[in-house]
Design a protein around this ligand. Structure first.
Ligand code: SAM
Ligand code: MG
Length: 214
């Protein structure tokens, strides 16, 4: 049987990246996606914006919605302070299996908890199951119709505190108009747009950073 794209992406990591070196894992995936096969990672250009938001925040409790092959997981986890924790949710078991190996290749498995399942099922269980009080940083990059309902769910579950930063990918392409309308108009958020391009292309896309004001 033919291999899948995530399997070929993992093979590129094994072939070109150094074990325990997250930057080499990121570079190997970006090279594969620019020169061999496009894939839905945040990519290098928007990835550097993600890096600066994470570095500035220095978050200890991080939630990522949508792991795919673990590219953004590796990007975020490599910048976290010691003792910090990143929980990443992925409902596709095949993608999760690849992501575990990518994260392990980068040597970051001790900081990352990859949870297999749907965001709408796991968000309400974060407190009881993982002992999370609130998140410092949430990266939204799963299916676009879930950004708004999952944000409201995180609010209702008390997972956001004054100062929690939400960073949403692909707010232009494919786009999340209902989410943007909400965070830009709600008095509970201070929101701003970072213009960039869709991963590995020249099409406009960007990230929306929204600080929860309580
Ligand atoms: N964040 C990744 C990166 O930049 O490297 C890319 C994530 S990809 C765009 C979106 C992923 O979210 C897919 O792997 C999909 O299976 C997963 N997903 C979509 N909706 C989900 C949900 N409701 N719960 C959990 N995972 C979901
Ligand atoms: Mg994305």
């Amino acid at each position: 049987t033919r291999s899948t794209r995530p399997q070929r992406l993992l093979n590129a990591v094994r072939k070109h990246a150094t074990r325990g070196d997250p930057q080499s894992v990121i570079s190997a995936i970006d090279h594969f996606c620019r020169h061999s096969e496009w894939a839905m990672n945040i990519g290098d250009e928007k990835g550097s914006i993600l890096d600066s938001v994470v570095s500035e925040l220095n978050p200890e409790k991080v939630l990522e919605l949508g792991t795919y092959c673990g590219y953004s997981t590796v990007r975020i986890a490599r910048l976290l302070p010691p003792g910090a924790r990143l929980i990443t949710l992925e409902f596709n078991a095949d993608y999760a299996a690849i992501a575990r190996q990518v994260i392990a290749w980068a040597g970051l498995e001790d900081r990352v908890q990859l949870v297999e399942g749907a965001s709408e099922d796991w968000i309400p269980r974060m407190k009881e199951h993982f002992g999370i009080e609130t998140f410092d940083f949430v990266f939204l990059d799963h299916w676009k119709d879930r950004y708004l309902p999952d944000t409201k769910l995180m609010e209702d579950c008390g997972l956001l505190r004054k100062g929690t930063v939400l960073l949403a990918d692909n707010v232009i392409c494919p786009g999340v108009p209902d989410y943007l309308q909400y965070v830009r108009n709600s008095l509970s958020y201070k929101s701003c747009y970072f213009k960039s391009h869709l991963e590995y292309t020249k099409a406009e896309d960007g990230l929306e950073k929204s600080v929860f004001l309580g």
